[in-house]
Design a protein around this ligand. Structure first.
Ligand code: ZN
Length: 188
């Protein structure tokens, strides 16, 4: 039976000075992948995001462009908007955003404007990714703020989920209206 005394950890390694090792980039990317699954279940292009502050998930979102009929309703934007409303502050100091796909120009710009500290993405998008692939908006020297970038976290899982979605659309398992145009999504 646990004593409940925080000063007497059962495991010697379980001290406040040693943050739990489960809080890795992979751990939070798995949470972003679960958000992307929700997008797919709703026939949206599967991109998911979570915002993390002080090792806690403080906002979650999935792409809802079709549902909301809003071109700006990417997972990253919805996560930032939700967190800003929650904390009553648009400034994302100390926030890391995890997203399954490299952010586009709009989302990379939003990350800069919101002063997000770091973005971690799953798979790179050579055609329209703007965190260093097609463009480097998050690291552009002329911007007022630069966002630290880590790419390739759970890359294969994130890319596979995305590609599988388009395979299902092509095979008719998902309705074609899930994809609003040829520019919306597919990797080259
Ligand atoms: Zn975007």
């Amino acid at each position: 039976m646990r004593s409940g005394n925080r000063n007497c950890p059962e495991n010697p390694a379980d001290t406040l000075n040693d943050p739990p090792e489960i809080f890795t980039d992979e751990y939070f990317m798995r949470a972003a992948l679960r958000e992307a699954e929700k997008a797919e279940m709703n026939h949206e292009v599967p991109v998911g995001a979570v915002a993390v502050k002080d090792s806690m998930i403080v906002a979650r979102a999935w792409n809802q462009v079709e549902l909301l009929q809003d071109a700006t309703a990417h997972a990253e934007i919805l996560a930032l908007t939700a967190l800003a409303a929650q904390q009553g502050d648009w400034r994302m100091d100390g926030v890391t955003l995890y997203v399954t796909k490299e952010p586009c120009a709009m989302c990379a710009g939003a990350l800069v404007n919101a002063r997000v500290e770091r973005v971690v993405y799953g798979f790179a998008d050579p055609r329209s990714g703007c965190c260093g692939s097609a463009l480097d908006i998050t690291g552009f020297p002329g911007m007022l703020h630069q966002v630290k970038v880590t790419g390739g976290v759970l890359e294969l899982e994130c890319a596979e989920q995305f590609k599988e979605f388009f395979r299902k659309v092509r095979s008719g398992e998902l309705p074609k209206k899930s994809v609003s145009g040829p520019k919306h999504g597919e990797l080259q």
